[in-house]
Design a protein around this ligand. Structure first.
Ligand SMILES: [Zn+2]
Length: 286
């Protein structure tokens, strides 16, 4: 009898801490697109447990001690698995526990770092994100950090940051968000990190992540079937929205298709040109 194929991707559980600041629908969609674009990891969104001590701290609006969060990691895994078990039992679902958890929060860490890793837990803290840090958009930023944490979860030599210089490499050591933007904008994996991935048996991961980092898969905002178009319809424009949510101006521009936006700009420029030439024409006639 022919053996049926077994699919065994590494499971990454994502927990998003509650925040009114972020377009969660667009973020969730963006994260789940990763499942179709690569074959190494399977990402799953997990429910938020309001009673969990660590998640409560990470949902806080106050500045929090990163080491305090680190000290709660062990308890988190036990409590959270119990929480998931309870839900599985209640609805008769299979146990499909993640191998690694990534918690996305909007907390500010006291030392202004934006991430923390311990055992099979990664915590991202985006409290210091500012509109001025765009580009890239905050959604692209989160996706890149999830990819970075995914590599840390599977490749021992790249568990920690290894090079001080900022190269625009996915594994750059950058202690603040302003500097980390380059790993998102450049989307590069440096020679050192490439070699480590290959030596550790992750050649496919390297090739698939390089394609993901190129962002070509995002498509155009005016194509409703492309990820960029779908995200636009979910209320976030990858080419225009700067902060966690759209401003009134961004909403206005977003409603215009690309051609209409160009026409709008032409009308404004023509009006300015006419006003200027009329003004000088009158002056010269005097
Ligand atoms: Zn590198």
């Amino acid at each position: 009898m022919e053996e049926s194929p077994k699919y065994e991707r590494r499971k990454i559980g994502i927990v998003i801490c509650e925040s009114e600041n972020v377009n969660v629908e667009a973020l969730k969609y963006f994260i789940l697109t990763l499942n179709k674009l690569q074959t190494i990891f399977e990402y799953q969104l997990l429910p938020y447990d309001r009673k969990n001590r660590m998640l409560q701290i990470l949902s806080s609006e106050n500045v929090r001690d990163r080491e305090e969060v680190r000290s709660l990691v062990g308890g988190f895994v036990i409590d959270f698995r119990e929480y998931l078990n309870k839900h599985n039992d209640e609805f008769g679902l299979i146990d499909d526990f993640p191998d690694h958890y990534v918690i996305i929060s909007f907390v500010k860490f006291h030392d202004e770092y934006y991430s923390m890793r311990k055992n099979n837990i990664s915590v991202i803290g985006l409290g210091y994100w500012e509109r001025e840090m765009a580009p890239p958009t905050v959604l692209e930023f989160i996706l890149t950090l999830i990819m970075r944490e995914s590599i840390a979860s599977i490749c021992n030599p790249l568990k920690k940051s290894v090079h001080l210089g900022t190269k625009g490499c996915l594994c750059d050591f950058t202690n603040d968000l302003g500097e980390a933007r380059y790993k998102v904008l450049i989307g590069y994996i440096c020679d050192h990190c490439k070699n480590e991935l290959v030596k550790d048996g992750h050649t496919n991961l390297l090739h698939e992540f390089e394609k993901l980092l190129s962002k070509e898969w995002m498509g155009k905002r005016d194509d409703p079937s492309s990820p960029a178009g779908i995200i636009k319809n979910l209320g976030f424009d990858l080419f225009c929205t700067k902060g966690f949510q759209k401003t009134a101006y961004e909403k206005f521009i977003d409603k215009l298709p690309e051609e209409a936006a160009k026409t709008f700009a032409t009308i404004i420029l023509t009006a300015i040109f006419t006003a200027v030439t009329t003004y000088f024409g009158i002056k010269l006639a005097k």
